[in-house]
Design a protein around this ligand. Structure first.
Ligand SMILES: [Ca+2]
Ligand SMILES: [Ca+2]
Ligand SMILES: [Ca+2]
Length: 228
């Protein structure tokens, strides 16, 4: 975890411009921290104009609730944790999320990019749709999955309630994975007014040829020993 670092994002300032004050529905109220080997292109923004709209089933661009990450440069294979604060809204709000461009500055080629929902950060991260007592159904627009999750450069999508895995392409060092788009259902928390949850982003590297050869060699030894 040597590359982990704490960055505080001017998310509140962005929200004050984009989001009307509203005391009645869960909505994104702050990006508390970004932990991990990534540098954001600009401060993300959240625009909330349609509280408690779950399940929104139209085109993503028509959703009144939008989260925009313009881009991120990723420098290491360690996960990156976005700690996000949600404030109660009296229901579940569905957001359309534009993950923009993920630039590969890790020095190795990627075969995939995984997003997970949960609580905690670093080694304490736990993937779940129920991150805290009183929160039920924090999920990637599941089971409705409308609009369809998509990516331009990693178009094969595995999608569960708390995990999205983009594959189907190769992102070489210096290249970018572009156009990741998905939706998020944000429920209230019972007994409190706010809670923090974690959106984890992690890239998956293509194994180095030397590693593949090593693993293949281990497999051959295993077969050989069993036959003796
Ligand atoms: Ca939904
Ligand atoms: Ca849901
Ligand atoms: Ca939906």
């Amino acid at each position: 975890m040597k590359d982990l670092q704490l960055k505080r994002i001017a998310f509140i300032a962005a929200l004050s411009v984009c989001m009307p004050l509203h005391a009645e529905a869960a909505y994104i109220s702050d990006l508390v921290a970004v932990l991990g080997p990534g540098t954001l292109t600009s401060a993300p923004t959240a625009d909330t104009t349609d509280l408690n709209n779950d399940n929104f089933a139209g085109a993503g661009i028509d959703n009144g609730n939008q989260i925009n990450f313009e881009g991120i440069t990723i420098t290491d294979l360690q996960p990156i944790d976005f700690v996000i604060e949600a404030t109660n809204s009296g229901g579940t709000s569905e957001y359309f999320m534009n993950f923009g461009t993920a630039v590969n500055d890790t020095g190795v080629a990627w075969k995939g990019l995984r997003l997970e929902l949960g609580s905690g950060t670093g080694f304490d991260f736990m993937r779940t749709t129920n991150p805290f007592p009183g929160v039920v159904g924090l999920d990637f627009d599941f089971p409705d999955t409308d609009p369809t999750v998509s990516s331009i450069d990693l178009p094969v999508v595995e999608h569960t309630a708390d995990m999205i895995f983009f594959t189907g392409g190769v992102i070489a060092p210096g290249e970018s994975a572009t156009g990741q788009q998905l939706s998020l259902d944000l429920p209230d928390i019972g007994g409190l007014m706010t809670y923090n949850f974690t959106l984890r982003m992690e890239v998956v590297a293509i194994p180095e040829p030397s590693m593949v050869a090593l693993l293949g060699g281990i497999g051959c030894v295993g077969v050989f020993r069993r036959r003796r």
